[in-house]
Ligand binder design. Structure first.
Ligand code: HEC
Length: 127
């Protein structure tokens, strides 16, 4: 049981780490006002990941491994899912901007994603 919980925790943390790396890679394009066209596939992956994020926090995975998940995830599941949906919405807008090949649109849409990550972290993740 503890091992299974630890596996779920390790997998979601690895996934989130990968999402952070994607954001860093896109920052370089955003800073350069590059079109970002090459990130459409990355953004498809990110959208799917955040659509499935709440399911990566099943009951019992508040412990059993090293995790910064706060109890608020399980006491406020609607709020947690809503926070994930905010990120999905901004990622969908960013995918549209990336596909358009408009560097300024990509930059603006990229900058709108980060605050949604931070909003969830403030309420649902330990520092
Ligand atoms: C719905 C809530 C939510 C959203 C939205 C969210 N995160 Fe997180 N994030 C978490 C939680 C909770 C953890 C802690 C997970 C754990 O330790 O089990 C976390 C952890 C992380 C980590 C640390 C992973 C590790 O190495 O342990 C990174 C990096 C990260 N998030 C990046 C992002 C980025 C980038 C975004 C936006 C694109 C984002 N997150 C959006 C809830 C969220």
């Amino acid at each position: 049981m503890a091992l299974a919980q630890g596996d779920v925790i390790a997998a979601r943390r690895a996934g989130l780490k990968r999402m952070g790396e994607h954001m860093t890679a896109m920052k370089a394009a955003s800073d350069a006002r590059a079109p970002g066209t090459q990130f459409v596939g990355t953004l498809e992956e990110m959208i799917t990941f955040y659509q499935g994020l709440p399911a990566r926090f099943p009951a019992g995975t508040e412990s059993g491994g090293e995790t910064k998940a706060l109890p608020t995830i399980w006491s406020d599941p609607v709020g947690f899912s809503g926070a994930s949906a905010e990120t999905v919405a901004k990622l969908q807008a960013l995918r549209t901007a990336a596909a358009s090949g408009d560097g300024a649109a990509f930059e603006a849409a990229w900058k709108a994603v980060g605050p949604t990550c931070g909003a969830c972290h403030r309420t649902y993740r330990a520092r």
